[in-house]
Design a protein around this ligand. Structure first.
Ligand code: PA5
Length: 445
């Protein structure tokens, strides 16, 4: 089997004595056994573990049918969702699409996202855009009641209904939600929208390989069967109960570093297409581990861009950081630096070299400089950016997150802390049922 993920820990071992690291590896293997046994905390949310091997041909067929249907006449698909109902699809679409796709002639419908904020300007500008295109919408919410996507959906739904009428609206809206609960399920059933079910035992941030991620990704023209094949490869690799398992290695390393006071993990990329992979990863680890007043704070940087803004702090600020670098071995495109007769910019020493060679030397030089500055860095190496490798990477992080949360001693599959802001927002917006909370809050203002 070809190797998709290699963890390179060369620059970490100096920070953790070998015998201590062996102890963390043992803990990680025990945590993996607990996770796979289904006996740990939060075990009613483990449906994602066997998702790649359990994806049915029927589901893929239904997704392809919608893509085919919309390919005929839809120019713009608005994907509505927030958190786990948005970030996975956004991460994969950004990673695998042309960097300037929105400005190039499109082979299929263009994809935009909404419902991931409550910005009036953003939504008003979305309305401007919708007026210029033939529009369809995928609305995603597991609970079916989240305020941000509900506001966006109300606007998009009214636009579609007004413009195309009731019958055609059924063809232009797809809902992805719970099988029976929530306002969105009720609307889908009563209005006759096509819909997909988010399984009960899969939480939002672990749902990218369900229709939540698969439908938007397929609509963007990406091969979801390859994505699932990569995830399936990783489902098998990360089931092995030994220290060769890359998810065990990563979970052991990050917990070992945390125990040494490295409380912030920076996920580093050298390709701007991976920006949203970092955003997805931040939610996955932040929402899974940030509990009981503990957990590594997941943050991210895009290099070399952010070396010119955050580089100083990383090199020389407080020493509570470690870095996890996503390293892509081969680029998909080939471009060399041209020779210039005058060499006014003094760059002829680079002439004939691939741009990626410069990027790689920046990566290597940065890793060594940060190591010298007291920032351990580990590297997750993947051969190239394609659907198969992205599927493997997503599953790898999910499995490592489950293991890591169990090592930390938290329930990685709940997110009670997310409710606090919602309660206050409802109270301040005078939502019926929140009158007392509203009064108490206003006294504090
Ligand atoms: O991981 C999670 O469960 C959350 O981030 C949710 O995905 C997010 O809050 C959106 O919830 P819903 O899909 O119910 O609208």
């Amino acid at each position: 089997m070809k190797k998709v993920i290699t963890i390179i820990e060369r620059s970490v071992t100096g920070f953790i004595p070998d015998n201590e690291y062996a102890g963390w590896q043992k803990k990680a293997i025990e945590a993996l056994k607990l996770l796979d046994s289904g006996q740990g905390v939060g075990s009613d949310f483990l449906g994602w573990i066997n998702l790649p091997s359990g994806t049915s041909a029927e589901l893929i067929g239904r997704i392809k049918d919608i893509c085919k249907d919309w390919q005929k006449d839809i120019e713009l698909v608005v994907i509505i969702g927030i958190g786990g109902s948005y970030l996975g699809a956004k991460a994969v679409i950004e990673a695998l699409s042309h960097s300037f796709s929105s400005l190039l002639p499109a082979a299929g419908p263009q994809i935009v996202f909404a419902g991931q904020n409550i910005s009036e300007d953003y939504l008003a500008e979305l309305e401007d855009l919708m007026k210029t295109r033939s529009v369809a919408c995928v609305v995603i919410s597991k609970s079916g009641t989240t305020t941000e996507p509900a506001i966006a959906f109300r606007l998009v739904k009214q636009h579609i209904l007004k413009r195309y009428g009731k019958e055609e609206t059924k063809r232009r809206i797809v809902a992805i939600t719970d099988k029976s609960r929530g306002a969105l399920r009720h609307m889908a059933d009563s209005q006759g929208y096509r819909s997909f079910i988010i399984p009960d035992n899969i939480g939002g941030r672990f749902s990218v390989l369900t229709p939540v991620g698969l439908l938007p990704i397929a609509l963007a023209g990406i091969d979801i069967e390859d994505l699932i094949a990569g995830a399936l490869y990783m489902e098998r690799i990360t089931a092995t109960k030994d220290a060769d398992n890359p998810a065990v290695q990563y979970a052991a390393l990050r917990n070992a570093l945390y125990s040494k006071g490295k409380k912030i993990e920076l996920l580093v990329n050298y390709h701007p297409k991976l920006h949203y992979l970092t955003e997805w990863w931040k939610q996955l680890f932040g929402e899974s581990e940030g509990k009981d007043h503990k957990g590594i704070f997941p943050a991210g940087v895009d290099f070399t861009t952010d070396l010119h803004s955050m580089g100083q702090y990383i090199q020389d600020g407080e020493r509570h950081l470690f870095e996890t670098v996503i390293s892509i071995v081969s680029t998909n495109r080939s471009l060399t630096i041209p020779k210039d007769q005058e060499d006014a910019d003094g760059l002829n020493y680079l002439a004939g070299k691939h741009i990626d060679q410069c990027n790689k030397m920046a990566e290597l030089g940065t890793c060594l400089a940060h190591l010298d500055g007291g920032v351990p860095n580990l590297r997750i190496e993947i051969p190239s950016l394609n659907a198969y490798n992205m599927g493997a990477l997503l599953y790898f992080f999910e499995k490592a997150c489950g293991i890591s949360g169990y090592i930390l001693g938290v329930n990685p599959f709940d997110q009670e802390g997310v409710e606090a802001y919602k309660k206050n927002m409802f109270a301040l917006l005078d939502k019926p049922g929140f009158e007392i909370e509203g009064e108490l809050l206003r006294k504090r203002l």
